[in-house]
Design a protein around this ligand. Sequence first.
Ligand SMILES: [Fe+2]
Ligand SMILES: [Fe+2]
Length: 475
Amino acid sequence: MSTIDYSEKIPNNVNLAEDKALQRALEHWQPNYLSWWREMGPDGSQDFDVYLRTAVSVEAGGWAHFDHVKMPDYRWGIFLNNPEAGRQVNFGEHKGEAAWQEVPGEHRANLRRIIVTQGDTEPASVEQQRHLGLTCPSQYDLRNLFQVNVEEGRHLWAMVYLLHKYFGRDGREEAEALLERRSGDADNPRILGAFNERTPDWLSFFMFTYFTDRDGKYQLCALAESGFDPLARTTRFMLTEEAHHMFVGESGVSRVIQRTCQVMKELSTDDPAKLRAAGVIDLPTIQRYLNFHFSVTIDLFGADESSNAATFYNSGLKGRFEETKRDDDHRLHGRTYTVLGVQDGRLIEREVPMLNALNEVLRDDYIRDSIAGIGRWNRVFEKAGIPFRLQAPHKAFNRRIGSLAGIRVSPEGRVVSESEWAQHERDWLPSSEDRAFVTSLMGRVVEPGRFAHWIAPPANGINKQPVDFQYVRFN
Ligand SMILES: [Fe+2]
Ligand SMILES: [Fe+2]
């Protein structure tokens, strides 16, 4: 069960060869996937040999192998964590039943929707990031970008496997549609808002992998609790890969901050104009990027009150973060949760049935985790002796989804008028000038061991390789 056969057309640990119809269906989807990758995958990368990790087992120690791989020859495969003997449905109305190995008929439509929504985010982020390689700040960063991209591609495979194996014809149609939608396309966009935004520069990329890949982590953690066992096992393995994506974001922003602090000290100034002239990203601009990515990402958790969320939980399809570690009845009837609302132009707290507030519960778990990482960024300022601190904006700031959509709230959480918003928007969210400035810094640096002027080198290389290792061979 645990080793992966790479001699097969589609590497897998699910005994694909024993299910000929499924194997044929997936082998039919594979060339369509590859043409999507050629069309929408990393721009201009087709001939590069990249030092990538590939999954070779699902065991915790030593699951990954690192080597130079020609990008389109990357072996995207299907890997599920090993089954857990005697696993049960751990929450909702079916709590205590044996976990399902097949899709329960009554929950089929909801389950398909959950899988498609998750699956859609994976190729979307590859599309959003496809031009970034042209302006990479170093070979090390270029390699990390490609690593994230190939693994998002594999996450698409993970969801497509479930669609093909468990959902018959409509599953196959959904799998095709996943290759047809395009991030940001007016006619056929990706399903969720944040996945239709552009990721135009590397500061955006680092913020995206910090904040939005972390949303991915929380969604995957909730699905890893699913009573539908194949979904739980698939998402558990995806989570092992996801950790590196968040590392790329966290360390990336950290290195930007480190470099700016260095120049601030050299020039003894915190004047954004002087720092920009010196070719580094001023701290208020970093805060505005943070505000944008934080607010857009927390919208991904959905409406604060949602009957779908209650249904997904009741029916055992989607749990809470660390469901089985929680000490309650795992049914949640009669329990309440506090959500924010607006009354007479003020933010108020309201108690609502917890089952309906499960999106908010997950969002709050996510926010706690995100804020912890912002604290780690702030240690870079502390070490440099610079009094500036980054902050997460208020949960109600710049929201488009749920009961907070459509009101104007400052990053500190004060409801403001439309005119005050207009007056301060440039202080709170990246302006077109901010974006143009950040874009102006982006230039391609690819000599091994060299880094763009606006970012510090990392402390360590990948897989214990030196920082100046040849991570990408351009051929
Ligand atoms: Fe992913
Ligand atoms: Fe990711």
